[in-house]
Design a protein around this ligand. Sequence first.
Ligand SMILES: [Zn+2]
Length: 366
Amino acid sequence: MTPPTHFNTQDKLRFKLPLFFPDATAASIKSLDMSDVANTKTKGVLVNTLHLKVNPGIQTINKAGGIKKFMNWQEAVISDSGGFQIMSLIKSRGSLSKVTDDGVVFQLSKKQEVRLTPEESIRIQMDLGTDLVVVLDDFTPPNAKKSEAEDSVIRTILWAKKSKIEFERICSRKKLIKKPYLIAVVQGGKFKDLREYCAKKLSEIGFDGFGYGGWPLDKNGSFDKEIALTIKKLAPENYLLYGLGIGRPEDIVFCTSIGYHIFDCVLPTRDARHKRLYVFNARNINDINIKEKNFYSYYNPDKKIYSDDFSPVSTACDCPLCKNYSKAYFRHLWKTNELSAMRLSTIHNLRFYSLLMENLQKNGKM
Ligand SMILES: [Zn+2]
């Protein structure tokens, strides 16, 4: 058994690991079209099962011939299971939605209720035709007591069993020669013994990889390295390791150094819309050194000092913003609320992440 070195798509593309997948939640990234995304050298995106079920509906995507055809995207696509929404829409809000052993009922509004079972989550993802499918898991809330964390682990294992059966059933019905990756999520919160139990039971069922389950930040907002290491140690050697929602550059660098392969996060695109740009502390692209402690900084276009600065935002970037425009012009675009400001910011941040991953592909394992 050897650790994975490449990510294989169902349509024969093969990408060097590690890879970062920005969130194209409802099959798009705000302010960009998919050709913009491809031009940032992003190799794959993540789409969201629950959002696509609601809008435009899986039938439409089926008719289009799958998610890649629907959004005209030739590279990799991974899908999440809807598991994170158990946290973001239910457990953190105490809404009318419920989680039972059968699945989840999301009460999206007074009139709109969406049900999702582990089996259905798999069916939707298989209909989408994504390259990596994630099993629905019961998210352990960040401050869960042990008994609560235990319940989420037991349910996660139960759902994983159901999901695996459904996955195999669909693969044999469709006579798939090349199956997508099937990833299970290790829950258990901060309780190491529960993480161990969860990982052991999941590897007995058999998957292609493990996901880092739960909230990745501790109460001080620092990344929980201990849990990342625990999951790594518990995973069989040939498993893909997926840091769900892990997106801060230093956290990606750390996780890659201990053997993680895949990441997704809203951070680069959401930050771009809030004027937070990521820039390498380097003079040019060849000088980028991710092994340095402070290898990047944040850039905010608003500062008065930039109003007559005609240099580029970053000389260690080859995106359209940095190649074609000055800090002064970029500041002006934001000041005048031009839509292009958001677009250029998002493109820049995605290129920052693709450059980060290119560097990690070359020398990520420390
Ligand atoms: Zn740039």
